[in-house]
Write a protein that binds this ligand. Structure first.
Ligand code: ATP
Ligand code: MG
Ligand code: MG
Ligand code: MG
Length: 477
């Protein structure tokens, strides 16, 4: 089946189960102070779950474009390195608003996967919530009994709160969930280790594909749980992972969702995909990030130095950095992927097709500006390493402060040269700046805050801590 057929089969299946099919919401969220981007299919139905809006259709299904690049669900650092986390991905979902509950949700998921898509029953595993005494939450015995009708007991695994209790954010609707995992390892490898032991263990071939959430609670700002007025079902299935499972590929990027982009990039770079891990990662980053950046712009979020706009700018720059560093693109290239993508999503998400020229132009302008800074900074770096055997903290900080190099770029460039970066000294330099900024803000306008805490904020810089966590600093305006 092609990816188009797989998507259609999903929607048709739930249509046949009396679901109303709705369009995807934009990926940019404008009216919710707790969320910058749509990170799950359920976001657009939040009010329905909370009982704050009237239910017109008790059963709904769709494919929702989601972005997981900030806040509670942030996968950005994995993207391209692994082969199954994306920045923008489609989440196929079916919902019940006070209508069917666990029994039908489980039976239909099983029917769709094993009968319509013909996935191998012997490679499927499911998980149920094990319970959590600290919150007085019971094990999901009900889901366990229901799964037993479809799958052997030894394939029903217990999951902890991190994996089997879904929460949208720090507050909001939530509940226990059952996940479905698929073991895509080769037969020989499957014979050596049980799939049971690899579920939720970051194994690149044993992958979560679908999450069935049984919404029963609302988490209050205080952290306490209260029962929702009615019980609901909220499911989310990663479309690109599903396509990979059905098409029998060992990477999402090998499916027909990503191959047209990868092929185009590989051609233009004149480097074959699949020959070198570094260039492979770069091609995966580019083919992934163009989706996030393009749809964010099409949905109304231009790259900027503010909040959501800055997140998009960072993703765009991450792509340009990889293109520059590993694929030798010295001139703007990223924007060339837009027409390809727009065409691919024609009839699915027409928003991109309709604004193709505009999106392309915005990306091109960003590329030109960023390449200018990048070139100067990289030249500075090249000069530096001719007479240094490691990158000291002050220099890493200069690249950060003057050329906008996040520490991961400096680290990447240094590793390329086989030298190290003095992270401790870099962090110390960063702290000195932070103290300076803090002192300045006392006189200035107020305190530094994290994004999400305050609506009216202006971007003023960013901190990178321990190479992985980035705190974007904002100042009240
Ligand atoms: P994972 O454990 O793989 O990070 P998750 O548990 O965070 O996934 P859910 O919040 O349960 O994901 O989302 C529902 C489904 O969406 C997942 O089962 C998965 O198929 C898909 N999904 C989640 N995050 C991503 C991502 N970054 N890229 C692609 N698909 C994703
Ligand atoms: Mg995740
Ligand atoms: Mg998970
Ligand atoms: Mg999950």
């Amino acid at each position: 089946m092609t990816s188009r057929e797989i998507r259609e089969a999903y929607l048709n299946f739930f249509k046949s189960k009396s679901h109303h099919i709705v369009p995807s919401a934009p990926v940019v969220v404008k009216n919710d102070p707790t969320l910058m981007f749509t990170n799950a299919g359920m976001n657009q139905f939040k009010e329905l779950f909370l009982g704050e809006a009237t239910v017109k259709y008790p059963r709904i299904a769709d494919t929702q474009r989601c972005l997981r690049v900030s806040g509670k669900h942030n996968d950005l650092e994995e993207v391209g390195i692994d082969t199954y986390h994306h920045t923008l991905f489609e989440m196929l979902g079916n919902w019940s608003f006070g209508d069917y509950f666990k029994k039908d949700a489980i039976a239909w998921a099983w029917e769709l996967l094993t009968e319509v898509y013909q996935l191998d029953k012997d490679k499927l595993y499911v998980t149920i919530f094990e319970g959590d005494t600290s919150e007085g939450l019971e094990r999901d015995h009900e889901a366990f009994e229901l799964w037993k009708a479809h799958i052997g007991e030894d394939r029903i695994l217990l999951g902890n709160k991190k994996d089997n209790f879904w929460e949208m954010g720090d507050a909001g609707p939530c509940g226990p969930c059952s996940e479905i995992h698929y073991d895509m390892r080769q037969d020989a490898e499957r014979a050596t280790t049980r799939g049971q032991d690899l579920v939720n263990a970051d194994h690149p071939q044993v992958i979560e594909i679908w999450n069935l959430v049984f919404m029963q609670f609302n988490r209050l700002k205080s952290g306490n749980l209260e029962a929702l007025p009615a019980k609901h079902v909220d499911t989310g299935m990663g479309f690109e992972r599903l396509v990979r499972a059905i098409q029998g590929k060992s990477s999402n990027y090998d499916t027909d969702v990503f191959q047209p982009l990868i092929t185009y990039i590989a051609d233009k770079a004149n480097i074959e995909y699949g020959t070198d891990e570094k260039t492979d990662i770069a091609m995966r980053v580019l083919s992934d990030h163009i989706r996030a950046v393009s749809f964010a712009i099409a949905d109304g979020q231009l790259p900027s130095n503010n909040k959501a706009g800055y997140v998009i700018r960072r993703i765009l720059r991450r792509a340009v950095r990889y293109a520059y560093t590993f694929l030798n693109f010295r001139n703007p290239f990223f924007h060339e992927l837009v027409p390809l993508l727009a065409n691919q999503f024609k009839g699915v998400f027409d928003e991109l097709y309709q604004q193709q020229d505009f999106v392309e132009k915005v990306i091109l302008e960003e590329e030109i500006a960023f390449l200018r800074t990048l070139t100067t900074g990289i030249q500075r770096f090249e000069n530096y390493v001719t007479d240094h055997t490691s990158v000291d903290g002050d220099f890493a900080f200069e690249l950060f402060d003057t050329y906008g190099f996040p520490i991961d770029l400096t680290d990447l460039l240094a590793r390329e040269k086989g030298i190290s970066v003095d992270m401790e000294a870099f962090n110390a330099a960063l702290n000195v700046q932070k103290d300076r900024s803090r002192a300045a803000t006392v006189i200035d306008a107020g305190d530094w805050i994290m994004v999400g805490e305050e609506a009216d904020v202006e971007f003023v810089g960013y901190d990178v801590l321990k190479a992985k966590t980035e705190i974007i600093k904002y100042r009240k305006v």
